[in-house]
Design a protein. Sequence first.
Length: 164
Amino acid sequence: MPKIISGTAHVYGDNIDTDRIIPGKYTKTLDLDQLAAHVLEDLDPTFRERVKPGDILVGGRNFGCGSSREQAPLALKAAGVAAVVAHSFARIFFRNGINVGLPLQEVGPHDIQDGAIITLDLVNGLVEDETAAQTYQATRLPSLMIKVLDAGGLVNYLREHGDY
């Protein structure tokens, strides 16, 4: 997992819940292609057609609220989303995202616009909006979370370290 991630921003608002990320009727499977095919379909029906591998989702407050299903971050990752930036995350979504190897960055108030090119520095906790020439300080991830992301998720990390 690269520690510097750069991509096009897809910006959404506050309280994007896991049912909006992946509708509950699709959570009976862990088929990543199936999850990716339906990601954000109720929130933004055009997202699947517009998202490109390496793009970055940008949310407001309480991103990933609702149920604790792991399929929500898995669906985003399977669709090609490289990372999620939000003002704040529901704690269980944050943990599930890290566990499946999806980088997440919490950044306070920002003015990132849809379509902006943004770069994340996961180690130093920086979010740079290259389009607007603005840099935001994000909450730095603990080194263990960086290691989990480097391994591609918690299961891989535990396998690599003989704890699984």
